[in-house]
Ligand binder design. Structure first.
Ligand code: DQA
Length: 139
C-alpha cells in the first residue's frame, strides 16, 4: 500500500508559521512518527509552493498509488487546475486541512477541490493526516 502526502504552499513553514493556528510541530518530525505508526504502509511526502508542481505530483502518483492526502493550502480556495488534476486521476484523494477552515475567514469556506475529492478532513491539527490514512485503509 502506497500513500502520497502532498502539502501545498507555505506548509513547509509548519512549526514557524502562525503557530496558534497550525501548531509548533515540524512536519518532518510528525512524518517520522506517522511512518512508525503505519510500518506496513509506504508513505511518501512531497511539498511545493508551486501550483504546477502539485499537479505534476498528482499525475505522477495518481494511477498507481492507493491514496493521496492533499493539503493544497490556499490553492484549495482558488485552483480549478488542481481540481481538474484530481478529477483526471484514478487514485482517491482526501482533502486535508490542519485548521478548521469553516471556523476561519469566509474566503476559506469555499473549496474548489472538495467536489473532486473522496472526502474532507479539517480541523484536527496534524492528526488530520493520520485520520486521512485511516480513511484510506478502512475503505
Ligand atoms: C490550510 C487552510 C488553508 O486555508 C490555508 O491557506 C493553508 C492551510 C490548513 O491546513 O488548515 O495554507 O490548508
Amino acid at each position: 500500500m502506497n500513500i502520497q502526502i502532498i502539502n501545498g504552499p507555505n506548509l513547509n513553514l509548519l512549526s514557524v508559521r502562525e503557530r496558534s493556528i497550525y501548531g509548533g510541530v515540524d512536519f518532518e518530525v510528525f512524518l517520522t512518527d506517522l511512518r512508525k505508526l503505519y510500518p506496513a504502509i509506504h508513505i511518501d511526502y512531497f511539498q511545493s509552493n508551486v501550483e504546477g508542481e502539485l499537479i505534476d505530483k498528482l499525475q505522477e502518483v495518481g494511477f498507481t498509488y492507493t491514496g493521496v492526502l492533499l493539503n493544497a493550502g490556499a490553492y484549495t480556495h482558488t485552483s480549478i487546475a488542481i481540481a481538474d488534476a484530481i478529477s483526471s486521476i484514478n487514485t482517491p484523494v482526501v482533502e486535508i486541512h490542519i485548521s478548521n477552515v469553516h471556523k476561519r475567514e469566509a474566503f476559506r469556506h469555499t473549496s474548489l477541490i472538495s467536489s473532486a475529492c473522496k472526502g474532507i478532513i479539517t480541523g484536527f491539527g496534524l492528526n488530520s493526516y493520520r485520520l486521512g490514512i485511516e480513511s484510506i485503509i478502512t475503505s
